[in-house]
Design a binder for this molecule. Structure first.
Ligand SMILES: *Cc1c(COP(=O)(O)O)cnc(C)c1O
Length: 536
């Protein structure tokens, strides 16, 4: 491949003029806008190459010396990168929260990248700043339903923020707990506040030995990162057993009281609305009361499940979310926005001031720069994607999407429940649930004789792992797997398949094919033969 001439003239061209219409890049653009799913299914040949083979295409470690023609580079991207990508648009890719996107995001993404606005400060974003504030207002209203006077006061206020837009649920959770921490160790006459004097001085001043957060074992790992970053330490992430997959308010209250009696301070109770592994929703209403009794912050991690609020039928499942001090919602999950769209909403707009930061050249006092209350600095205008989606789909459109996902999850769960060789492990509350293969004769024994269930479960775990791996490697379909503590097996942990029904284009026959394929793969394994022979 002949390298391009290195000249300033060439570089200017890269900044200004596109190559001819017949260039590879133009072809890719055309193809993408014609039919993205078609483009992906033609170009993405998942799992034909092993990861080791793919790594060989990315083995060079020196910066390329000479410029390449864009068209040549695009050609090489297609063969090395695109061809080996994961087709997240496939209707049989039902293992993770990442799925197909509405087509309108492609041209919008081009507009977004083209405009290259920086939301950290008004001087580089102008209209994007009020747009982002409005999006935060809409999501705030969806959760907290305050009066129109409230929104008139706070939507565009320079002194308050209704929330923070960020790259995802992780940063949203960290932001929420950052605010909670600064509020838990506030300034007074003798102390300048934890944000000025630091954790050691704050803990000493208030006489706390430790500070921690309480959630169930299903809490997302971002919470562990948060307690680490905030100077609390990972051991202060107190995760309670949840054989029912939900945090028990009684257990949370007892654990919190004990922790505080020992000279510690509970920073926050974290309720989860849609756990990553099983889609369960904690009893938010009761947990809000627990937080109140302990005198701590109440955060709801609704990164996955928050969009359920669009559905009149299912929003009741999140009862009590409006009592939270802060709520995380990821638009890049069930709002079908491209990745990089997380939000945290604060019930009290003044909470944002617990972390407000000023600088001389931007974020000046009194400015409306969003960067003053966000962890991240330079940030793109992803809020536009949320804004457009909210307009193009509307609440009713989202409601249809949410309702059909949940209904499809129930349909699939029924198919599994009725199948003699499968076992439904956790039922869907939202559109996530878990199951496993469990041959008919074995399943019978598992249920009837708990004393032998333990040993059988270990064998079944091996079966689940090997089927999940082989199915993934075959590349036709994908479900994920996880390990869960299960009530009906005397709280033993077992390995299960995990499905996320996110893609609206997944059909009943896709689901049937996935089960058929799993059974077929299983019947070829030694474990299956061993299990079924022994348990005739
Ligand atoms: C996805 C998820 C997160 C993390 O969000 P990212 O966008 O991946 O950073 C946190 N909590 C829950 C419950 C989630 O589902």
């Amino acid at each position: 491949m002949a390298g391009a001439e290195v000249s300033l003239e060439h570089l200017y061209r890269v900044f200004t003029k596109p190559e001819g219409k017949d260039s590879k890049l133009a072809q890719i653009e055309q193809h993408l806008s014609d039919n993205l799913a078609d483009f992906l299914s033609q170009h993405v040949v998942t799992k034909v190459n092993s990861l080791e083979q793919i790594e060989r295409s990315f083995a060079k470690f020196a910066v390329p010396e000479k410029p390449e023609f864009v068209t040549d580079h695009a050609e090489s991207l297609l063969t090395t990168l695109v061809a080996n990508s994961v087709n997240t648009y496939s209707p049989t890719f039902i293992g993770h929260m990442t799925s197909a996107l509405p087509y309108f995001h492609l041209p919008l993404a081009k507009l977004l990248v083209g405009l290259n606005q920086n939301l950290v400060k008004i001087e580089t974003s102008k209209a994007f700043t009020p747009l982002e504030r409005q999006v935060l207002g809409m999501m705030h209203e969806l959760i907290f339903k305050q009066s129109s006077d409230f929104y008139k006061t706070y939507l565009h206020s320079a002194s308050y923020a209704l929330g923070a837009f960020c790259s995802g649920g992780t940063i949203a959770n960290i932001t929420a707990l950052w605010i909670a921490r600064n509020k838990a160790l506030p300034a007074n006459a003798q102390f300048k506040g934890v944000f000025q004097e630091g954790m050691a001085a704050g803990m000493m001043h208030y006489g706390y030995k430790r500070m921690g957060i309480i959630s169930s074992k299903r809490g997302h790992y971002s919470l562990s990162k948060a307690v680490d970053l905030l100077g609390l330490g990972r051991q202060q992430m107190i995760t309670l057993d949840c054989p029912t997959q939900q945090l028990s308010p009684e257990k949370a209250l007892a654990a919190g009281k004990q922790y505080q009696q020992d000279g510690n301070k509970v920073l926050s109770i974290v309720g989860i609305a849609g756990t990553t592994e099983t889609g369960h929703i904690d009893p938010l209403d009761e947990l809000a009361d627990v937080a109140k009794e302990l005198g701590c912050h109440f955060h709801v991690d609704a990164a996955w499940g928050g969009a359920t609020l669009f559905s009149k039928k299912y929003s009741k499942l999140l009862k009590g979310i409006e009592k939270a001090d802060s709520v995380t919602i990821d638009a890049h999950k069930q709002m079908y926005v491209p990745m990089g769209a997380g939000m945290v909403l604060f019930k009290d707009p003044n909470d944002s001031n617990a972390v407000r930061h000023h600088a001389q050249y931007i974020l000046r006092a009194g400015s409306k720069d969003l960067g003053a209350t966000t962890i991240e600095g330079s940030r793109n205008g992803m809020a536009m994607m949320v804004y457009s989606s909210l307009h193009i789909l509307g609440r009713q459109g989202y409601e249809l999407l949410i309702d059909q996902s949940i209904q499809k999850a129930n349909l699939f769960a029924n198919m599994i429940d009725e199948h003699a060789d499968f076992e439904l492990v956790t039922s869907p509350t939202l559109s996530i649930f878990t199951y496993r293969l469990n041959p008919k004769s074995v399943q019978h024994k598992c249920m009837a004789q708990p004393q032998i269930a333990h040993a059988l479960n270990n064998e079944l775990d091996k079966l689940t792992v090997s089927v999940q791996k082989r199915q993934r490697e075959a590349g036709k379909s994908f479900v994920s797997r996880t390990r869960l503590q299960i009530e009906k097996y005397a709280e033993q942990s077992i390995t299960v398949f995990r499905v996320v029904l996110a893609n609206p284009l997944t059909t009943e026959s896709d689901l049937q094919n996935i089960l058929d394929e799993q059974l077929e793969i299983a019947q070829e394994t030694k474990t299956w033969h061993k299990l079924t022979k022994k348990n005739k």
